[in-house]
Design a protein around this ligand. Structure first.
Ligand SMILES: Nc1ncnc2c1ncn2[C@@H]1O[C@H](COP(=O)(O)OP(=O)(O)OP(=O)(O)O)[C@@H](O)[C@H]1O
Length: 287
């Protein structure tokens, strides 16, 4: 289990993480959502001990960064997905995978198997300098999958991938979860995060403010767009999002009927009724 307790990170007097706490079990995926520059990478770098937090505790399977020996043990248990800038243009994809296989020889799986699974057979022997953005991204993901550590941190794993590759990597993530991996994924592809995450956290003001749990339906809402900005409708509070959508929360069936009648009376005939979406929640929390 990864346990983060009261983590504080300040940069130049600005508090980025402010007593942030959470736990991650093996066999669980946490999705991390926040606007650019909020602290997602800082949190991951803190968990990897790539930066020294101002205060707080980080434990990984009860090990902590208290000395070099424990740090080495931790880095056999956890990897952060490499960044595209870490790749060597003059080496092939296969070379990179072999380096990772050697470095994490205690846990590593066969690069060949991963290459087939990620459909990289056609290009894995070519030099990385000739790869497209999406090919490089798949290689970074493949490197972490080869290392095969029990815990994996992934910052923007879907960066630059087309929809087929997003679907492919989502499937691999689900498989990894079934194998018992504990994974944290920061992503701006909100709907995609719901495909594999067990819990999605919104990071705001240095803490995890909103927790969305898979299988627990969010409150239902009636969503609509109207030319005129409405603040209320028949005594119901209307929430106007900056993406042009408005919604009204619905608590009972009777309320639903009342809201629909009010919308019709106001000349609004197009609306939908469903649990609030992750996109709507994002705008509600961050705009
Ligand atoms: N080494 C550093 N020194 C000073 N400030 C830093 C440092 N690293 C990050 N920051 C600042 O901390 C804040 C959080 O950065 P971070 O990279 O964690 O954001 P993020 O949520 O991962 O963003 P993105 O979605 O763009 O990747 C930003 O304001 C950034 O400028």
């Amino acid at each position: 289990m990864i346990e983060v307790k009261d983590l504080v990170v300040d940069f130049k007097g600005k508090t980025i993480l402010n007593k942030l706490s959470f736990t991650l079990d093996r066999g669980e995926i946490i999705g991390l959502v926040a606007p650019n520059g909020t602290g997602k990478s800082t949190l991951m770098r803190g968990i990897m001990n790539y930066l020294v937090p101002n205060s707080g505790q980080i434990e990984i399977d009860k090990l902590s960064y208290k000395n070099r020996r424990e740090e080495k043990k931790i880095h056999r248990l956890i990897t952060m997905m490499p960044d595209q800038n870490d790749l060597y243009n003059y080496l092939s994809g296969m070379d990179h995978l072999k380096i990772y296989q050697n470095m994490w020889h205690q846990t590593a799986i066969s690069p060949q198997k991963v290459i087939e699974e990620l459909k990289m057979t056609d290009y894995c022997h070519k030099k990385v300098g000739d790869y497209s953005l999406g090919m490089r991204q798949r290689l970074c993901f493949a490197m972490q999958i080869v290392a095969n550590t029990p815990y994996m941190l992934m910052d923007e794993v879907m960066n630059g991938l087309d929809p087929s590759n997003v679907a492919l990597i989502s499937q691999v993530l689900i498989e990894k979860k079934r194998e018992g991996k504990g994974i944290i994924i920061a992503s701006h592809l909100l709907e995609n995060l719901t495909v594999f995450s067990d819990i999605i956290f919104f990071l705001k003001d240095g803490i995890l403010t909103k927790k969305i749990v898979k299988g627990q339906a969010e409150r239902p809402v009636v969503r609509f767009t109207s030319k005129k900005k409405l603040l209320t409708l028949a005594d119901f509070k209307v929430v106007c999002l900056p993406n042009g959508t408005s919604y009204i929360s619905v608590e009972t069936e009777a309320q639903l009927t009342e809201i629909i009648n009010a919308l019709m009376t106001a000349g609004i005939h197009q609306f939908s009724y469903s649990p609030i979406t992750l996109n709507d929640l994002y705008f509600y929390y961050f705009e």
